[in-house]
Design a binder for this molecule. Structure first.
Ligand SMILES: [Zn+2]
Length: 228
């Protein structure tokens, strides 16, 4: 199944329309010292250890391929620079990247917790098949069938919900949108992850917190291995 790269549905474009801030006082935050990115994947700069993204006139730095970075790459790629964390000057980490970092730390500590003190997990309730409907700027758009809409309306996405590909954590589930007939799951791929086209599935469970407002939460999204 080929992925339409250039033709984005209005639905996808809606998610990419995020306001950007470009402030000229960025210079005061410290001189930019761009470095070569550790690698490039389809032209896209991939960060190495201790590398971050900065925007030419930006006041933030970015540790993930967040919306701001993705939009800049899309609209003004020459403004997207790579530098080292040591050279960010007075720039602060962008809010979205900060959230990703916190979520990753939470996930790591939860993993540690589960390894050291195994607690009985509630049995998985539901597995819903997903199909790829698009991929743009590191965001993977997965759709579930209409028949799952009611169930997914009752499902929340908790922080640090992983995407698993062959048992590896390759991204984070960022949003579940059941406002349409076909509910959509949005997954932010890690920049180093390789996109796999094919069937995916979402696994639901009960929420971790008792105070949760919805009866279900996303346990994980998984790439479904198919027979060769
Ligand atoms: Zn960012």
């Amino acid at each position: 199944m080929p992925i339409p790269k250039r033709q984005r549905s209005p639905l996808i474009r809606k998610y990419l329309n995020v306001s950007r801030s470009a402030q000229p006082e960025a210079r005061r935050l410290g001189e930019l010292k761009p470095v070569e990115p550790a690698a490039r994947r389809e032209g896209l700069p991939v960060l190495g250890d201790d590398q971050v993204y900065v925007l030419k006139y930006g006041t933030d730095y970015h540790t993930t391929w967040c919306q701001v970075v993705a939009d800049t790459w899309d609209q003004a790629p020459r403004r997207l620079l790579v530098t080292t964390l040591a050279a960010v000057g007075a720039r602060t980490r962008c809010a979205e990247c900060d959230q990703h970092a916190k979520a990753a730390r939470t996930a790591a500590s939860q993993e540690y917790h589960q390894q050291t003190r195994p607690t009985p997990e509630p049995p998985p309730d539901v597995v819903v098949p997903l199909k790829v409907i698009g991929m743009a700027h590191g965001i993977l758009f997965l759709a579930a069938g209409q028949e799952y809409r009611e169930r997914l309306k009752e499902t929340a996405v908790e922080p640090a919900t992983p995407l698993y590909v062959d048992g590896r954590r390759d991204g984070l589930v960022v949003r579940l949108d059941s406002a349409h007939d076909e509910p959509l799951l949005l997954v932010q791929l890690d920049p180093r992850a390789t996109f796999r086209n094919g069937p995916y599935q979402v696994r639901l469970r009960h929420p971790l917190r008792r105070s949760a407002t919805k009866p279900y939460a996303v346990e994980s999204v998984e790439y479904v291995k198919t027979a060769p």
